[in-house]
Design a protein around this ligand. Structure first.
Ligand SMILES: Nc1ncnc2c1ncn2[C@@H]1O[C@H](COP(=O)(O)OP(=O)(O)OP(=O)(O)O)[C@@H](O)[C@H]1O
Length: 251
C-alpha cells in the first residue's frame, strides 16, 4: 500500500466552530506532502489531531495500517509518527550534544546495570554526533542550545525529532521567523532528510513549499478542497480563489 498516513473525515469543534470539518487526505510513503491554507483554516488543529495532541470529535487517523485516532502522543511516537517544532523540548542550558544524547537515550528507554549504562552512553554519544551532522550542527556541538541562533535552534529541534527514528515527520512551519538565508538552509536540510523520511509539513512560505513538496493539500474552512502535484495546485481554480491569489505570484 502506497499510503503511510490516512486522514479520514477529521472533525474538531470548538464550541460552534468546526476548526476541521471532515478533513481528509493521504500521505504516501517517501513523499514530501505539504499542507497549506489561509490563516485560521485549521492546519494546526489538524496537525495536533494527527500527532495525538488533540482528540478528534469524529473521523480516523490510520498510520501504517494502525488506527491511532485516540492514541496518546507517546503511542504515536512509538509507531513512528513524530512531530517536530516543540521549542519547549530543547534544554537551553545544555549543550547541543547533551540535548541530542538525552533525546537518543529517551528513545532507547531504561536499562539497569552500570555496564549497560556505560555502553549505552557510548552508543548514545555516537548516535547524537551522527544526528548533529545530519542537521548541520557538528560545529556547534559544545555550545549551549540557548545561545544558538533561531535557525540553528530549529535545526536542533529537527535533530531531536530524528532521534525518535520517525517514519513520518510532521513539521509545523519549519521556516517560521527565518530570514532568507536560514530558510534556504532549512530547505536544503529537508531535501536531505527526504531521502530517508516521509515528511508532512505545514508552511506559509510558498516558495519553500513549491520547491520541496511532491504533493500539496489545501485546507480551507477546515476542509481539504484539493490534493495534487505542485502544478495541479498552482492551476487549481478553487485554490487560487480561496488562497493563492497573492501568495502564488512568485511560485
Ligand atoms: N483551542 C481553541 N479554542 C477555540 N478555538 C480555537 C482553538 N484552536 C483553534 N481555534 C480556532 O480554530 C480555527 C482554526 O485554527 P488553526 O490554528 O488550526 O488554523 P491555522 O490554519 O493553523 O491558522 P494559522 O495559519 O494562522 O496558524 C481558528 O478559527 C481558531 O481561532
Amino acid at each position: 500500500m502506497a499510503e503511510l498516513l490516512e486522514v479520514q473525515g477529521l472533525v474538531k469543534r470548538f464550541g460552534a466552530l468546526a476548526a476541521t470539518d471532515h478533513a481528509s487526505f493521504e500521505v504516501r510513503r517517501g513523499e514530501v506532502h505539504a499542507l497549506i491554507g489561509p490563516n485560521g483554516a485549521g492546519k494546526t488543529t489538524l496537525i495536533h489531531q494527527i500527532s495525538g495532541a488533540l482528540r478528534p470529535d469524529a473521523g480516523r487517523v490510520m498510520f501504517a495500517g494502525q488506527n491511532l485516532t485516540l492514541a496518546s502522543v507517546d503511542t504515536h511516537v512509538r509507531a513512528g509518527l513524530v512531530r517536530s517544532y516543540q521549542i519547549t523540548s530543547i534544554f537551553k542550558r545544555f549543550s547541543v550534544l547533551d540535548n541530542l544524547v538525552l533525546a537518543v537515550l529517551a528513545r532507547q528507554g531504561g536499562q539497569r546495570s552500570a555496564w549497560r549504562v556505560a555502553r549505552k552512553d557510548h552508543v548514545a554519544h555516537a548516535r547524537a554526533e551522527a544526528l548533529a551532522q545530519r542537521v548541520g550542527l557538528t560545529a556547534q556541538l559544545d555550545r549551549a542550545a540557548g545561545s544558538l541562533g533561531h535557525g540553528e535552534q530549529r535545526q536542533l529541534e529537527l535533530g531531536l525529532a530524528l532521534a525518535a527514528e520517525p517514519r513520518l515527520l510532521l513539521l509545523d512551519e519549519p521556516m517560521a521567523g527565518m530570514g532568507p538565508d536560514e530558510s534556504e538552509r532549512m530547505v536544503e536540510l529537508l531535501q536531505l532528510l527526504r531521502e530517508k523520511h516521509t515528511l508532512l509539513l505545514v508552511e506559509h512560505d510558498m516558495a519553500a513549499v513549491f520547491k520541496l513538496a511532491d504533493r500539496i493539500s489545501t485546507l480551507v474552512f477546515g476542509r481539504v478542497i484539493a490534493t495534487g502535484s505542485p502544478d495541479e495546485i498552482r492551476e487549481h481554480p478553487e485554490v487560487r480563489k480561496a488562497y493563492l491569489g497573492d501568495e502564488m505570484e512568485n511560485v
